[in-house]
Design a protein around this ligand. Structure first.
Ligand code: ZN
Length: 171
C-alpha cells in the first residue's frame, strides 16, 4: 500500500462550462453542469434532483441528439409535475428547494478527520486534522497520525457543506 492512491487529481486549468450546460459523463449519463469544487465537477439530472460528482477529464459536451433527448425528458417531467426531486416544501405560496450551494461565492465544503480511539484512561484521543477543502488531505493526516500512534485506528470524518434554499416561482 503506497498511501498515495485516492481521488484523481485536478488536471489543471480547463474550460469550465457555463452553469446549466448539458454534458455527458463517462457512463454516458447526460446532466446539467452545476459547478466545480475541489477538483470535481457536479452534474444534475436534467429532470432535477441531487447532483452527482464527476472527474472533469471524463466529461464531454452533449451531442445535438442527446441535448434534444434531454430537453424532451425535461419537458415530459415538467408536464407530469416531477421536476425537482430535491427536498421541496411549499411555504407562503413559494416552492422552496434545499440543495447544496455550489455557487462560486458560497463557502467551500470542508473536511476534518478526528481520531475516535480511546486512550488508556477511556477518553477519546480527539486529535483532529487541519480543516481542508479536499477530502484526501485529512485522510493523509490519519495515516500520519496512525504512524505516530500505532493503536489509533478509529476515525470520524466531519463534512461541512453549504446548502441553500432556492425559491421557485410563485404558485
Ligand atoms: Zn489518536
Amino acid at each position: 500500500m503506497s498511501g498515495k492512491s485516492g481521488p484523481a487529481k485536478w488536471q489543471g486549468p480547463r474550460h469550465v462550462p457555463a452553469t446549466g450546460t448539458l454534458v455527458v459523463d463517462a457512463r454516458n449519463r447526460v446532466g446539467e453542469f452545476r459547478g466545480a469544487e475541489c477538483g470535481y465537477w457536479y452534474l444534475r439530472p436534467v429532470t432535477g434532483g441531487i447532483e452527482w460528482q464527476v472527474t472533469p477529464g471524463e466529461v464531454r459536451p452533449a451531442s445535438p441528439a442527446q441535448r434534444l433527448q434531454a430537453e424532451t425528458a425535461r419537458a415530459d417531467a415538467r408536464s407530469r409535475g416531477e421536476l425537482l426531486r430535491s427536498p421541496t416544501r411549499r411555504f407562503a405560496f413559494f416552492n422552496w428547494t434545499l440543495r447544496p450551494d455550489l455557487d462560486s461565492d458560497a463557502s467551500p465544503t470542508t473536511y476534518v478527520f478526528r481520531c475516535l480511539t480511546l486512550k488508556d484512561d477511556d477518553t477519546e484521543c480527539a486529535a483532529t486534522s487541519p480543516r481542508s477543502e479536499c477530502p484526501s488531505e485529512p485522510q493523509t493526516w490519519a495515516f500520519a497520525h496512525m504512524r505516530e500512534h500505532p493503536g489509533h485506528t478509529s476515525y470520524a470524518e466531519e463534512i461541512e457543506r453549504p446548502w441553500v434554499m432556492w425559491r421557485g416561482d410563485p404558485t
